[in-house]
Design a binder for this molecule. Structure first.
Ligand code: SAM
Length: 308
């Protein structure tokens, strides 16, 4: 990847090399149609999940599950941050809550597109349109706390070290960077059954076509990326969460979230592998049943580090 790939720039000139080419994958071959069935996807990005109202609802739902699992919105030992950035902020719910928790702080949510524009966010919250793959439109040392959650289906694997360096660049000395990820590799689900293995293999192939990590490498490397970006006091916490009715309230909620997430990519999966969509939906049903039969669990990884 060329060294300038993650240099700060607010708007890349049309003549500059596209990030797709720079990170070694060709989106053209595998682009999801913008509208696929009833779902809307981002055609010009590696991002695999839909960008529509259904996904807004799922992300908010998932936010509350994660907040319950982590018993809060972050693990880094932040004190009274004055400037907070959430990269790939999705619906903005995490950032809204940080803005409420730290009313003296300025909180910025950055994403490719703004959603929930009609809702009234806290007065100390601001949305900035941006693309982590193009570099962040902020000066060095701009934020005391930089958070990025669940961009595994958005940042191609070769781009991860540079992306984390970019998060570190905009963090002030003494400030913290926190990453939260879920590995989609089958090894993250224990125990797993044949339906889950097949579904993970299809999804892995679809992800790999877009340059995304299909081996669980990124989630295992989060602490290394933080260290390589020059951060200190780096910690990595894998957090196991039950999946399925057998796991009580959290297990049931997470199962619904995962089922919705698989269903959200059932159309692209069916199209890519030329399988009837009904068969993909049946496979998802079977995979969900396996979680209860086998008492499966999965793990989220939280990693954070401080800029010296
Ligand atoms: C799975 S969602 C997670 C949203 C939020 N972080 C959360 O935990 O609820 C991933 C988000 O990353 C955004 N995204 C995808 N590619 C991105 C990019 N290159 N730069 C910035 N945001 C991106 C998507 O638009 C989406 O809102």
């Amino acid at each position: 990847m060329p060294w300038w790939f993650f240099r700060r720039r607010s708007r890349p000139a049309a003549s500059q090399t596209a990030p797709a080419a720079a990170s070694g994958w060709q989106l053209g071959e595998v682009a999801l149609p913008r509208l696929h069935g009833s779902r809307r996807y981002l055609q010009e990005q590696p991002y695999l999940l839909p960008k529509d109202l259904g996904e807004v609802n799922r992300l908010d739902f998932q936010h509350y599950i994660l907040r319950a699992v982590l018993r809060g919105n972050y693990l880094a030992p932040i004190q009274q941050p004055r400037r907070i950035l959430d990269v790939g902020c999705g619906t903005g719910q995490w950032a809204f809550e940080l803005a409420q928790q730290f009313p003296q702080a300025q909180v910025v949510g950055l994403d490719l597109e703004q959603v929930k524009a009609a809702t009234s966010p806290p007065p100390n919250y601001r949305f900035v349109q941006g693309d982590i793959l193009q570099g962040l439109p902020f000066d060095d040392n701009s934020f005391d706390f930089v958070h990025q959650r669940l961009l595994i289906a958005a940042i191609p694997q070769p781009a991860w070290p540079g992306a984390v360096q970019e998060l570190a660049r905009v963090t002030s000395p003494g400030g913290w960077v926190e990453l939260v990820e879920l590995s989609t590799h089958i090894s993250n689900l224990t125990p797993s059954g044949p339906a889950n293995e097949y579904l993970a293999s299809l999804t892995g192939q679809l992800a790999a076509l877009r340059g995304l990590d299909s081996e669980g490498i990124v989630t295992r490397s989060l602490d290394r990326y933080l260290e390589q970006a020059g951060l200190v006091k780096v910690q990595r916490h894998p957090i196991r969460v039950p999946l399925g009715e057998w796991g009580g309230r959290i297990g049931s909620l997470l199962a619904l979230d995962f089922r919705t997430m698989w269903t959200a990519i059932s159309t692209p999966l069916a199209a890519r592998f030329q399988i009837p969509e009904q068969d993909v939906l049946q496979l998802i049903d079977q995979a969900c049943r396996e979680w209860d039969e086998l008492h499966s669990s999965c793990s989220f990884t939280v990693a954070y580090g401080q800029k010296p």
